[in-house]
Ligand binder design. Structure first.
Ligand code: HMG
Ligand code: MG
Length: 353
């Protein structure tokens, strides 16, 4: 069963909300994360340790990290929580919280893994492979085009990669009180995004796939655990997605180390997802209610909606472990909460709205 498993990374609480002008209360963000956790989604991108004067909406990410570490959030599968870190300052802010407050999360993960291993030994087939290790994910983010790098990170690509080398090295060295006492390390992974891989808001659709593969190779050499390829503008098409994935494979990047992150501005996200699946990719990002957009990508709309992604994957006989009706309810609730239209066609259809 697990051969057909597709890992969905829910990015709504971060990518979905970061662009909202009106401050969303911390309690709403936490309610969103806790509700998503109950649906079977295995990874939730929950916040961003970026400069508040650049992206004020993500200002309370420290409280969110602390919350997910300290509270036993009820969920059918153990959950990975991801947070963006743009530089060593953001990493230091996240590390301070991880060092102080990770004990409970570390213990919960150890317990969940033991249960998954026991279930696998008993021959119980869970959707999620028992090799999956839930973790706190710290996500760095570079761009494939110089103009977007300047707008998003205020530096060129080469400078950003130099900075991320330090961020990744330091991220791998984070240890907690729990580790000091019991030797159990914090489960940590580094996700490395590359934005504008299929189009740039300032340079257009022609982005060199070989350049993307080079940056991905640099990230893997720095110790990244996963490369997330971002179609920031949604300009990606099926043929160019195929070329990009072929370039990645030609550069020696393994499919299991790649995630695809499609914005749906041109409605091509699921077509491009099909191309990714055919190529052998099994991790896809999406956002409940189709929320989102990037503050530095004018005109780009949200990520492909999680409801649409789940419906599509399940229709192909893939297994996501995600409760579509529950996600549809959350999409209707959160879009109402922040005063936006529900952008998920599947969500609206499921709810009869
Ligand atoms: P900068 O202005 O060059 O940084 O920004 P700086 O080092 O000169 O610092 C300026 C001020 O920010 C200083 O404060 C720093 O202390 C503070 P001041 O002295 O003026 O009071 N500062 C910070 N504060 C808190 N946390 C930090 C931090 N860093 C500096 N981490 C910087 C450079 C990278 C910080 C800035 O450009 C930035 O934060 N950029 C992030 C932009 C962003 O979040 N974009 C959206 C996420 S990426 C995305 O959406 C794409 C993705 O979804 C994939 C896809 O779709 O393609 C991932
Ligand atoms: Mg994005």
């Amino acid at each position: 069963k697990s051969d057909n498993y597709v890992h969905i990374v829910e990015v709504g609480p971060r990518d979905g909300l970061q662009n909202e002008k009106r401050a969303i209360p911390l309690a709403t963000k936490i309610e969103l994360i806790e509700r998503l956790a109950k649906t079977g989604l295995p990874t939730i991108e929950a916040g961003s340790f970026v400069a508040p004067k650049w992206v004020p909406q993500m200002n309370n990410s420290a409280e969110i990290l602390q919350h997910v570490l300290q509270h036993k959030i009820s969920s059918p599968v153990p959950i990975s929580y991801a947070f963006l870190v743009p530089n060593t300052k953001g990493l230091a802010n996240a590390a301070a919280i991880l060092q102080q407050h990770a004990d409970r999360y570390v213990a919960d993960v150890a317990e969940a893994r033991a249960a998954a291993e026991a279930a696998a030994a008993d021959g119980d087939s869970a959707a999620q492979p028992s090799s999956f290790v839930p973790a706190i994910e710290l996500a760095v983010f570079a761009a494939a085009t110089e103009s977007f790098s300047q707008k998003n990170l205020n530096c060129d690509i080469a400078t950003s990669l130099d900075r991320f080398r330090d961020v990744i090295r330091e991220a791998k060295q984070i240890t907690s009180k729990a580790a000091a006492a019991s030797g159990t390390p914090i489960p940590l992974r580094v996700r490395a995004y590359i934005s504008t891989v299929l189009g740039c808001p300032f340079e257009g659709p022609d982005v060199d796939p070989k350049r993307v593969a080079e940056i991905a190779t640099d990230f893997m050499e720095m110790g990244a655990d996963e490369i997330a390829l971002g179609d920031t503008t949604g300009m990606g098409t099926a043929p160019r997605t195929k070329d990009l994935l072929r370039s990645m494979t030609a550069a020696g990047i393994r499919n299991e180390d790649v995630a695809l992150h499609f914005h749906d501005t041109y409605g091509q996200a699921l077509v491009n997802t099909a191309v990714g699946l055919e190529h052998g990719i099994r991790t896809f990002d999406s956002s409940v209610g189709g929320l989102g957009g990037c503050p530095y990508s004018p005109g780009a709309t949200g990520n492909v909606a999680t409801e649409n992604m789940v419906y599509f994957l399940e229709s192909l006989g893939m297994d996501t472990g995600v409760d579509l009706d529950a996600v549809a309810d959350i999409g209707a609730w959160i879009t109402g909460e922040i005063g936006k239209a529900n952008d998920s066609s599947v969500g609206k259809a499921v709810l009869g709205a």
